[in-house]
Design a protein around this ligand. Structure first.
Ligand code: ATR
Length: 282
């Protein structure tokens, strides 16, 4: 019998906590697609065999997560311009026997703001990005794509902020985390650090937020908790806030469309399902 089920999945180590299977399986059910999406615990040494099987047609593609996002690039046949610029791959698909690597985090970040803070990029004079890790790279790329005139990057380790700013050049600048004018007149504030992650975040203070532009949007890529200390503080000041869960949902869209041929919708039903899952096991 010829296998007709389209297969995709996510590779990482550890992989048990990935929400990607729940997201993609929800869409497979919603669109009644004959497909599978599985989590694969894969070590770096197993990557070549995994992609060899994909080249033979055993899978349509996969998502890639920690610790493989940077290293898989060398095992693929082509990277999209976005993946090459960001230097990390989170989505792979097959074209014939060729494997293509993309990075959809920048897309997911911008799509989330488009949904929950429409017009967030209208003025686009100044954005402040907290953090200079892998997530910040994708976000700076997205902000450049939306035409921000100044992108100021502040990080605990200033050298990493300087490296990130140098990598993209104008309009990026490294700035000090304790600069008293850090937030002044910024149209957008993004937290990409793990500072707000987990139970300890609770009552963290964010002095200076009142300096943001009147109609500024504030977003956190952390989604556990959903309402981080930064978003609570921004809300108290009356700013628009956008949580990080939407970025996770939207970054999944392009991969699903490539593998299964349907562009899936990020709905409230999907969001509620992931929120319930987060509530049940963090
Ligand atoms: P990711 O790929 O998710 O961005 P990462 O590369 O480990 O992960 O980056 C984590 C970011 O959170 C970094 O900017 C890190 O700052 P350093 O470069 O100084 O390490 C930041 N970060 C983590 N814990 C932090 C803390 N307690 N205070 C301030 N920044 C923190």
């Amino acid at each position: 019998m010829v296998e007709t089920t389209i297969r995709a999945g996510v590779i990482g180590r550890p992989i048990a906590h990935s929400r990607s299977p729940l997201i993609h399986r929800t869409w497979l059910d919603a669109y009644r697609i004959d497909g599978r999406y599985d989590a694969h615990d894969i070590s770096p040494a197993d990557l070549p065999a995994f992609f060899a099987a994909m080249r033979r047609g055993e899978m349509a593609g996969c998502n890639v997560t920690i610790p493989h996002k940077e290293t898989v690039a060398g095992l693929l046949d082509r990277l999209t311009e976005t993946a090459a610029t960001i230097g990390a791959v989170n989505t792979v698909w097959r074209e014939g026997e060729r494997l293509i690597g993309d990075n959809t985090d920048a897309y997911g970040f911008a799509a989330n703001l488009d949904e929950y803070a429409p017009g967030w990029d209208r003025r686009a004079e100044r954005a402040v990005v907290l953090g200079a890790g892998g997530a910040a790279l994708a976000i700076v790329h997205a902000l450049i794509g939306r035409g921000f005139g100044a992108i100021d990057i502040a990080n605990r380790t200033p050298e990493r902020a300087a490296m990130l700013a140098d990598r993209f050049g104008k309009p990026c600048r490294a700035v000090a985390l304790d600069d008293p004018d850090l937030y002044r007149n910024a149209d957008l504030l993004v937290n990409t650090t793990s500072l707000t992650m987990g139970e300890t975040d609770g009552d963290r203070q964010w002095p200076g937020l009142e300096q943001l532009a009147d109609d500024a949007a504030v977003t956190d890529i952390v989604y556990t908790p959903l309402k981080t200390s930064l978003l609570s503080a921004a809300e108290r000041h009356g700013f628009r806030t956008v949580d990080g869960l939407g970025m996770l949902l939207h970054q999944a869209v392009p991969g699903f469309e490539r593998w299964f041929g349907v562009r899936p919708a990020v709905t409230q039903v999907l969001r509620a399902k992931i929120v319930a899952d987060l509530d049940s096991h963090g």
